[in-house]
Design a binder for this molecule. Structure first.
Ligand SMILES: Cc1cc2nc3c(=O)[nH]c(=O)nc-3n(C[C@H](O)[C@H](O)[C@H](O)COP(=O)(O)OP(=O)(O)OC[C@H]3O[C@@H](n4cnc5c(N)ncnc54)[C@H](O)[C@@H]3O)c2cc1C
Length: 380
């Protein structure tokens, strides 16, 4: 057993912190207030290599593995402060590039991966529907054969990046049951693909989101990713990676938040006593550290498992559950440690908490992770 990152991993993470702190951390409060997605910051991420991290070198990417990507995204989370933008990039990389890299045809890869990797093409993934929600594979959007292609009808909701996306990975029903779901690629300008107005959110406000309607939307046969009926398998594979990639920045955010709390607890005096001298505050910070470190280990272990053994269903569900719940708790504690200052916009902790609250919902809620973990034990 070896708990040490390699020198290469450390170098990657350090570079990510420096890049994010210098290029992504300014103006976040304004962008958050205005719900503004920054194309400039998106492009800076692409130039740094973030969108192309997991894309093979032959398609303009860096061809890194998931462990390296976790190290980089953790560093980005630590430095960036723009959690919404980082979430948008992670979603693009995991759920749009992911299925293409693993299951796309040669032509699909050639057409889309170079642009997705260099940031000129923004990806979105549409699986959630108003009536299926957490039961993602209960989706009702239909794709019926029509003129050497497929005619799609249905509506998708909560689609991250949709307002700015150029390419949509859409999951639709081509038949009954698990084997009746198909994954298709739909460019934004496809007739019958309609992007709704942006959905206003509590947090992650710099990550745009909207509904997507498919109204007699025709896609050619060549739009199918990985074969008709393989959508559910693709989705579950993609989710294993996405749970880890979108949660990696949270480790960085928690680390940064913990460090801020330690510094504040030492420096803030009420009367003549630093608040960190009160056991109530000191223990709260010790609990924050415990939550962070336990979550961190589960995340690293799951990424290691996936790289080493190619599958990490249980491990990635445990990691997603632990990191997201710790993320909320750590950010809530930070507001408490900072008292009234923590509640002000200026201290940027209320934003961290609003951003964190989404983590127990996206990529499968905490309840769904528990169902998955218990289900693997034959329970529930
Ligand atoms: C910030 C953000 C980004 C997102 N991005 C995307 C995206 O890019 N693409 C996309 O397709 N979707 C996206 N989603 C949607 C997300 O996947 C869903 O919100 C999630 O799956 C939950 O579905 P729902 O919101 O309909 O909640 P519901 O399914 O209505 O759930 C409501 C509550 O009931 C619980 N519940 C439901 N079913 C069960 C069950 N069987 N057992 C126990 N508890 C249950 C849930 O855990 C939750 O607490 C995003 C969501 C958020 C918040």
């Amino acid at each position: 057993m070896d708990f040490e990152w390699t020198a290469d991993h450390l170098r990657l993470r350090h570079g990510a912190v420096e890049f994010a702190a210098s290029r992504l951390a300014d103006g976040v409060a304004r962008r958050d207030r205005e719900g503004d997605f920054s194309r400039e910051a998106w492009q800076a991420c692409a130039e740094f290599g973030l969108q192309g991290l997991l894309v093979p070198e032959e398609w303009n990417g860096a061809g890194q593995d998931l462990l390296s990507a976790v190290a980089v995204f953790e560093g980005i989370g630590y430095g960036a402060r723009d959690n919404g933008l980082v979430f948008s990039v992670a979603a693009h990389a995991a759920s749009c590039e992911g299925p293409l890299c693993a299951f796309g045809s040669e032509a699909q890869k050639r057409t889309w991966l170079p642009g997705l990797a260099d940031g000129s093409v923004i990806g979105a993934t549409a699986i959630t529907e108003p009536d299926s929600g957490s039961h993602a594979l209960g989706l009702a959007t239909t794709a019926v054969p029509r003129a050497d292609g497929w005619l799609l009808n249905g509506s998708k909701t909560f689609v991250t990046n949709a307002p700015v996306a150029d390419l949509f990975v859409v999951y639709a029903r081509t038949g009954p049951g698990f084997g009746g779901i198909t994954c298709l690629l739909a460019p934004r300008d496809t007739a019958g693909l309609i992007v709704g107005p942006p959905i206003e959110k509590m947090g992650l406000r710099t990550s745009p989101m909207s509904q997507v309607y498919l109204d007699d939307c025709w896609l050619p046969s060549s739009a199918v990713v990985g074969g008709v009926g393989s959508g559910a398998m693709i989705f579950s594979q993609v989710m294993e990676v996405e749970r880890l990639l979108v949660m990696a920045p949270a480790i960085g955010v928690m680390q940064r938040t913990l460090e801020r709390c330690v510094a504040h607890a030492r420096q803030r005096k009420v009367g003549s006593v630093p608040i960190g001298k009160h056991q109530a505050i000191a223990h709260r910070i010790a609990d924050m550290e415990l939550e962070l470190e336990a979550a961190r280990l589960l995340l690293y272990r799951a990424a290691w498992q996936r790289v080493r053994h190619g599958t990490a269903t249980r491990e990635s569900a445990l990691a997603k559950l632990a990191v997201s719940e710790a993320y909320v708790e750590v950010c809530r504690s930070a507001v408490q440690v900072f008292g009234g200052y923590g509640y002000t916009v200026e201290y940027e902790l209320e934003r961290e908490l609003r951003d964190a609250l989404a983590a127990t919902l996206y990529v499968g809620t905490s309840e769904i992770q528990r169902n998955l973990i218990a289900g693997l034990r034959g329970l529930g």
